[in-house]
Design a protein around this ligand. Structure first.
Ligand code: MIG
Length: 813
């Protein structure tokens, strides 16, 4: 090439600046109302639609041609909200549109846009939007020196994304997940901008390649879309929680998962045979290590053909499912999108006959290599294809399978680009788009089809879908695991900020492969990682082919004992964990939370990446280095108790925690209620029927609340009212206390017929509990009702059967 004209290729010059081909919006020429809540701004080089989704959400979409199309992607739900008021004020210089809580201010001279509070305090300012001849658009937004960034879904590095740059392009990255990797499997183009306690969200609804750059410019961050439209939402706060809630109003929330899906899960690439799976299940039960799910990775299939079983390795899957179910264990099989190009394979035949596979723009089938060899890929952008795929899952559900694991759905293809050709054209229900424009939606739409199929086929039971790839809104269909991490301490540590930001990005049900997927775990790493992992929303141990074994007993009895205890702890805390999932389904609040969410004004937590909150009141501080039995822990304001020893700490400072191998530091906030239950070996196993309500007293005048949600943990009967919502209210005084409870809703017969309140750290020694008989501590266990004071522990025990009408327990000193 060097001796042809290519040597003087025009792109080789350093002289032309890129800007020469760039344009910006220019001067505003007209402004008009299009329909209720929708306005149109026409400017020199582009037109802008402003749609008000609610008082606190404005959508901005920029058009570079005369089209004016307000369709959204499948990431956004149809919205039923509207702003309560809208006032428009247009002058020579500006246009101002005011809702009940914020205003959008646009300058006409050279279109700039600000979103301000009603006092004129601007929180979002867009200074410029430029684009090139190929339609790649970049918006430049102000970045204050005090600004911090969160969200952006599944990204490497620390919690605070200031100084980082990330791409959104679903990618199968087996290369180690190091901080400079800009894109992993999930793309959530949702950024949280935090400035001195005030937060807004920016959601760019574009499933093509987009870039968020908080690094290159000193006082601006940029948001870029390579293809498709600049279609984004500014979401008002001012609190972080407000923005997360509103973002999940827009993109949806997960429904309450089946309890078994939030138990402990065991996986490996691969458990190779029916016999190996049965042995594994028996070992869990013999060793009394709780477990709900065993995964079948790709070797279960007949040469990797989806919707088949290998008849030699798994001669009788039906029987296996049945036997496992009797032991309380479920199977979750992997399902990849690639369908083997095999003319004798019915799935391939059907896909071809019905024209369901992705095609290139010229009309040829797109065929790419994955596990089964050359494969075709269903076009999930077309609803009819999704329904076909959904129906195919009867193959699994007929055997009693209730959960499916979607892998390789970026989609990953073993070619240099790692994915489908960009000139594949997706039919997209009549609105054809190239793969380049829709890439990040593919995985989510696969999980949507899977979820909807299972939901229909499970006759009222809740499905579980796990996915590797996803886009905004994926939380409606699936849990997300963070892909091919490695057995590195660094990757254990990175799982925290990664999943914390996923949680802030609307996806509450997440977790890494515990122990690490690739490379080889060690006794210490597996111990520390499991201790941490049982507090992640999704809890699965998984490892790669040929790595050292990492089932909980793989490193001998000492490690096994610690793992048994921590996995058991997850089951004891199931009422709390389940409550947190309920809350996520209602408000979008994540299950594991950065401290920032609860302590938004504490600068010590702006980038705190090595500890987190389980809900709002339990602080988890994992050990993330080998041969380490101490670590510093930051306790935010308030009083905290060591979960293990009861030692009391005043927060707002760092402490040094002692954590030998069998201890992971956990702290509980004073003035909280932590519900627990008896140990189970799997989530549907009956408990002893006693709900333990551990009340962590303040030891002074205080009142605090706790909400308790209960349902059958398995079906959708709660949608018809078969659930309980209990409000607990605790009033503490210097010489007395009262615990009252009431049923905000009572529609379910709970297996927890008895409650055992364990009131710790009271200011006084109790002498009576009104209406209940005093018993000795040893009598309480067998009694139905009564109270006792455990002097050694300094705890009041009160046992009783809750009354549907509610009640109050008065405790006297
Ligand atoms: O590229 O199915 O992330 O969990 O074990 C390998 C085999 C394909 C990647 C997944 C991993 C899974 C593996 N898969």
């Amino acid at each position: 090439m060097e001796d042809s004209s290519a040597a003087i290729h025009p792109d080789k010059t350093q002289m032309a600046t890129v800007g020469a081909n760039m344009r910006n919006i220019g001067k505003v020429s007209s402004f008009s109302k299009v329909s209720d809540y929708v306005y149109r701004v026409d400017a020199q080089n582009a037109n802008i639609a402003l749609s008000f989704v609610s008082d606190d959400i404005v959508r901005i979409k920029i058009f570079f041609t005369s089209e004016f199309d307000l369709k959204t992607t499948a990431g956004v739900l149809p919205q039923r909200t509207a702003p309560t008021q809208l006032n428009v004020n247009e002058t020579e210089e500006s246009i101002i549109i005011r809702t009940a809580t914020m205003q959008v201010v646009m300058a006409k001279e050279n279109f700039t846009l600000e979103v301000q509070d009603l006092e004129g305090g601007k929180f979002y300012s867009q200074n410029n939007v430029i684009w090139d001849n190929r339609g790649a658009v970049t918006a430049f937004n102000s970045m204050d020196s005090e600004a911090h960034f969160y969200g952006l879904g599944e990204k490497t590095s620390f919690l605070d994304k200031r100084g980082e740059r990330y791409e959104m392009w679903n990618s199968d990255i087996f290369a180690p997940h190091v901080p400079e990797i800009e894109a992993l499997y999930e793309s959530i183009p949702f950024l949280l901008h935090y400035n001195r306690g005030n937060v807004y969200g920016l959601f760019l609804d574009n499933p093509g390649k987009t870039t968020f750059d908080m690094r290159t410019h000193a006082d601006m961050y940029t948001v870029k879309a390579d293809t498709g439209s600049m279609d984004y939402y500014i979401i008002n706060g001012p609190q972080l929680k407000d923005v997360v809630k509103r973002y999940t109003d827009l993109t949806g929330r997960m429904s309450i998962p089946p309890k078994w899906s939030i138990g402990y899960h065991q996986s490996r690439y691969s458990y190779m045979s029916q016999e190996e799976v049965m042995d594994l299940a028996r070992t869990f039960r013999e060793k009394n290590i709780p477990c709900d799910v065993i995964y079948l990775d790709i070797h279960y299939m007949d040469e990797y053909r989806v919707f088949t079983f290998d008849k030699t390795r798994f001669p009788n899957p039906q029987q296996m499912m049945k036997d496992l179910r009797e032991m309380g264990i479920r199977i979750v099989p992997i399902v990849d999108p690639g369908v083997k190009q095999d003319p004798r394979y019915p799935i391939y035949q059907e896909g071809i006959a019905n024209d369901y596979f992705c095609k290139k723009i010229e009309g040829d089938l797109f065929i790419g290599p994955v596990w089964p060899g050359q494969s075709a890929f269903p076009d999930f952008t077309e609803d009819e294809v999704g329904r076909w795929w959904a129906d195919k899952h009867r193959f699994y559900t007929d055997m009693g399978i209730q959960g499916v694991w979607n892998d390789m759905n970026e989609p990953a293809v073993f070619v240099e680009s790692k994915t489908m050709d960009l000139d594949v054209v997706h039919r997209n229900n009549g609105d054809m788009k190239t793969h380049e424009e829709l890439h990040n939606l593919y995985g989510m739409l696969m999980s949507k089809a899977t979820y909807e199929g299972l939901r229909e086929q499970l006759a009222g039971d809740r499905p579980f879908v796990l996915t590797r790839a996803g886009y905004s809104g994926v939380q409606r269909y699936a849990a997300v695991w963070t892909g091919d991490n490695r057995s590195f301490w660094e990757h254990m540590a990175m799982a925290m900020p990664m999943c914390l930001n996923l949680g802030l990005s609307g996806i509450p049900f997440t977790g890494p492969d515990i122990g690490g997927f690739a490379h080889h775990t060690t006794a210490d790493l597996l111990t520390r990682w499991t201790q941490m992992g049982v507090f992640f929303p999704y809890c699965r141990n998984h490892s790669v082919l040929d790595s050292v074994r990492q089932e909980p007993w793989s490193f001998g009895p000492e490690v096994e004992t610690v793992l048994r205890e921590y996995i058991g702890l997850r089951y004891k805390l199931m009422p709390l964990l389940y409550n947190l999932f309920y809350e996520a389904s209602q408000t979008g609040m994540p299950v594991m939370r950065p401290l920032l969410l609860e302590y938004p004004h504490d600068k010590n937590v702006f980038n705190l990446s090595d500890q987190f909150l389980f809900g709002s009141d339990m602080l988890i501080a994992p050990i993330i280095r080998p041969d380490t039995d101490h670590r510093s822990v930051y306790l935010p304001e308030g009083v905290w108790y060591d979960y293990w020893t009861g030692e009391k700490f005043t927060g707002g400072k760092h402490i040094l925690a002692y954590a030998p191998m069998h201890v992971m530091p956990i702290y509980v906030k004073a003035g909280s209620v932590i519900p627990e239950q008896s140990l189970q070996q799997y989530a549907d196993q009956p408990t002893d029927g006693v709900l333990r309500l551990n009340v962590y007293g303040v030891g002074a005048e205080a009142s605090y609340r706790h909400e308790l949600y209960e349902d059958d943990g398995r079906t959708f009967a709660y949608e018809q009212g078969a659930y309980n919502l209990v409000r607990l209210n605790m009033e503490e005084g210097a010489a007395e206390a009262a615990i009252s409870y009431e049923y905000a809703h009572k529609g379910y017969e709970s297996e927890h017929r008895t409650w055992l309140v364990r009131f710790k750290f009271a200011a006084f020694q109790p002498t009576a509990v009104e209406g209940l008989e005093q018993l000795s501590v040893s009598q309480i266990g067998a009694a139905d009702a009564g109270w006792a004071f455990d002097e050694a522990a300094g705890e009041l025990l009160v046992k009783f059967a809750p009354n549907a009408a509610g009640g109050t327990l008065r405790i006297r000193g």
